[in-house]
Design a protein around this ligand. Structure first.
Ligand SMILES: Nc1ncnc2c1ncn2[C@@H]1O[C@H](COP(=O)(O)OP(=O)(O)OP(=O)(O)O)[C@@H](O)[C@H]1O
Ligand SMILES: [Mg+2]
Length: 145
């Protein structure tokens, strides 16, 4: 993704999260790493699902909590969707062979990325999701690491 300035976006509905996911999908390039931060249920998997749809992934995207990573190859770029909630730190991520993907041919999206922050590339795109005042509101902060 080129020319990324820090942006704070106030989202009012899941439909807007969908629109954001599609915009991100248009811009991302091979080798991009998207680090998703945010509490339980803020929409990390939902946003990943919409980015995947925008990339043209046809499979259903479910949270890879138990498998740590799932690969999807039906889109414009290979997508590696991580959920590192169960890992202790970045070394655990390298132990499962993630290095190849972090530098690779596809796009990595990592839920709970703060846990593995020590091994993320310097140019990772950080997307933080926070709850807003109303049920479907979210405050989304996007910046380059
Ligand atoms: N604006 C919104 N954007 C995204 N999701 C929303 C929004 N409003 C409501 N939701 C709902 O919030 C929930 C988000 O769940 P999701 O599993 O994506 O969160 P998560 O951050 O991945 O959680 P976990 O920490 O368990 O991995 C979904 O049920 C979704 O329908
Ligand atoms: Mg999730």
């Amino acid at each position: 993704m080129k020319k990324l300035k820090k942006r704070i976006i106030r989202i009012k509905s899941e439909e807007e999260t969908r629109a954001l996911g599609f915009l991100i999908a248009k811009d991302i390039e091979a080798g991009d790493v998207i680090a998703l931060l945010g509490d339980l249920g803020t929409g990390k998997t939902a946003l990943t699902r919409y980015i995947a749809k925008g990339l043209g992934v046809t499979e259903n995207i479910n949270s890879p909590t138990f498998t740590i990573v799932k690969e999807y190859r039906s889109g414009r770029l290979p997508l590696y969707h991580y959920d590192v909630y169960k890992l202790g730190d970045g070394n655990d991520l390298l132990d499962i062979g993630a290095e190849e993907y972090l530098e690779g041919d596809g796009v990595c999206i990592i839920e709970w990325a703060d846990i593995v922050a020590d091994v993320l590339p310097d140019d990772a795109i950080i997307i933080k999701l926070e709850y807003g005042d109303k049920e479907s509101e979210r405050i989304v902060t996007i910046e380059r690491r």
